[in-house]
Design a protein around this ligand. Structure first.
Ligand SMILES: [Zn+2]
Length: 123
C-alpha cells in the first residue's frame, strides 16, 4: 500500500499533473462525501422551516391578542391583512414550508383561539 502511494506521488512529480483516473478517484470520493452529508443537511433545513412556521403562528396569535385587547368591540376574525393594516405586524407573513406565495398561509381558528397554518405541506 505504501509503495503504491509512493509511486503515485512520484508519478505526479514526474508528470507534473494528474491522470484522468486519479481525478476520477478524487471526484468519486467527493461524491460519496456529498451523498452522506446532503440528506442530513436537507433534513435540518426542513426541520427549521417547520419551526419557522410555528414561530409565525405564535407571533400572529400574540399580535391578534393585542389587537383584540385594544379593539374589544371588533367581531370579525383576525387576518394577516388586518393585523398588517392595523400595524400589529410589520410585514406580510408566509409559511416558510409552503410553495404558494399567492394565497394566504395563515387563518384564524376560533375554536383554539389561535392562528393555524393552512399550507398542506406539513402540520
Ligand atoms: Zn406552515
Amino acid at each position: 500500500m505504501v509503495s503504491v502511494f509512493h509511486r503515485v506521488i512520484r508519478g505526479w512529480r514526474e508528470k507534473g499533473g494528474f491522470t484522468i483516473l486519479e481525478l476520477l478517484a478524487v471526484f468519486a470520493i467527493l461524491a460519496v462525501i456529498a451523498a452522506l452529508v446532503a440528506p442530513r443537511y436537507t433534513g435540518v433545513v426542513a426541520e427549521s422551516k417547520v419551526k419557522g412556521c410555528e414561530s409565525n403562528i405564535e407571533m400572529l396569535t400574540k399580535a391578534a391578542e393585542m389587537y383584540y385587547e385594544v379593539n374589544k368591540d371588533t367581531k370579525e376574525p383576525p387576518t394577516v391583512e388586518l393585523l398588517l393594516d392595523a400595524g400589529y405586524i410589520n410585514d406580510y407573513v408566509y409559511c416558510p414550508v409552503g410553495v404558494n406565495d399567492d394565497k394566504e398561509d395563515y387563518e384564524w381558528n376560533d375554536g383554539d383561539k389561535r392562528f393555524i397554518c393552512i399550507d398542506q405541506q406539513h402540520n
